[in-house]
Design a protein around this ligand. Structure first.
Ligand SMILES: C[S@@+](CC[C@H](N)C(=O)[O-])C[C@H]1O[C@@H](n2cnc3c(N)ncnc32)[C@H](O)[C@@H]1O
Ligand SMILES: *[C@@H]1O[C@H](CO)[C@@H](O)[C@H](O)[C@H]1NC(C)=O
Ligand SMILES: *[C@@H]1O[C@H](CO)[C@@H](O)[C@H](O)[C@H]1NC(C)=O
Length: 248
């Protein structure tokens, strides 16, 4: 082989390596820059939420081709959506103290599984993160998503689980919960969810129909609850499977 060829091949190899580095670098930067954007706006405030959202790559949870890191909800089929990153971040911040290692967390309307995966990373292998979703196809999809993500080992060891069910009934098996999140708007707060909340536990739930508010429900040690309004929001309804597939 002539020196010219050697030079040609080595420069092609060099070019390929640089390209790969560039691409690898830019996709990591995209996950990171989504979270950095949320930090800049004061929505992501803590190290734990930053770590969880940076580790669970949103691109693995949105339908192919969707712009994964854009701050907006996206359709995922079955008249459902994946919530916007700023809503995921807001709920993770509100629940952070109730997502410590070893704690139990319930995600009602788990959809793509993105937020349940974040919960699982935060409560860790000694904790429990349970998702309940009433569309079986979405549960199947969410299991596939999680298997590709940083939360896969937790699904394997059983500390993360995703179930088909009516989330308005909660999930009694692992109650009481330190944290309960509801990802769809309820006409009123379902009683089973309050019952399944641990004293000292917190429930975050959008409530309303056309006008909706994100409610923060804290259960006191004596079992009484305190409800406050965090902000106004826009979610799909927490309803029956039939009503959802009909288009509400
Ligand atoms: C706005 S989506 C959010 C999903 C999830 N948080 C995410 O970001 O991927 C609301 C989800 O709640 C589900 N849902 C609505 N009513 C439900 C019910 N009664 N029981 C369980 N899931 C329900 C919908 O199918 C939908 O997947
Ligand atoms: C960011 O996304 C890319 C592309 O999906 C992925 O390979 C990478 O591991 C992600 N970064 C982190 C920190 O998870
Ligand atoms: C969603 O709702 C519309 C009505 O808005 C309905 O026609 C359609 O069948 C629903 N789609 C799915 C996938 O259930």
């Amino acid at each position: 082989m002539s020196w010219n060829r050697v030079l040609l091949f080595s420069s092609i190899l060099f070019y390929v390596c640089i390209q790969q580095q560039f691409w690898a670098g830019s996709s990591i930067n995209k996950n990171k820059s989504m979270v950095e954007h949320l930090q800049r706006y004061g929505i992501v405030q803590s190290k734990k939420v930053t770590e969880a959202m940076e580790s669970v790559d949103r691109a693995l949870f949105v339908p192919d081709g969707s712009s994964a890191y854009e701050d907006s909800p996206m359709p995922i089929g079955f008249n459902a959506t994946i919530s916007a990153p700023h809503m995921h971040a807001t709920c993770l911040q509100l629940l952070e103290k109730n997502l410590q290692p070893g704690m139990h967390a319930l995600d009602v309307g788990s959809g793509t599984g993105y937020l349940t995966a974040c919960f699982a990373l935060m409560v860790g292998p000694q904790g429990r993160a349970v998702g309940v979703e009433h569309i079986p196809e979405l549960v199947a999809m969410s299991l596939k998503n999680v298997e590709k993500s940083a939360a896969a080992p937790l699904l394997k060891d059983g500390s993360l689980a995703l179930h088909v069910g009516d989330g308005r009934e909660g999930w009694p098996e692992f109650a009481p919960y330190d944290a309960i999140h509801v990802g769809a708007a309820a006409p009123e707060i379902p009683k089973p969810l309050i019952d399944q909340l641990k004293p000292g536990g917190r429930l975050v739930i959008p409530v309303g129909n056309i006008y909706q508010e994100l409610k923060v429900v804290d259960k006191n040690e004596d079992g009484s609850v305190k409800v406050r309004t965090e902000t106004s929001v826009r979610y799909v309804p927490l309803t029956s499977k039939e009503a959802q597939l009909r288009g509400y």
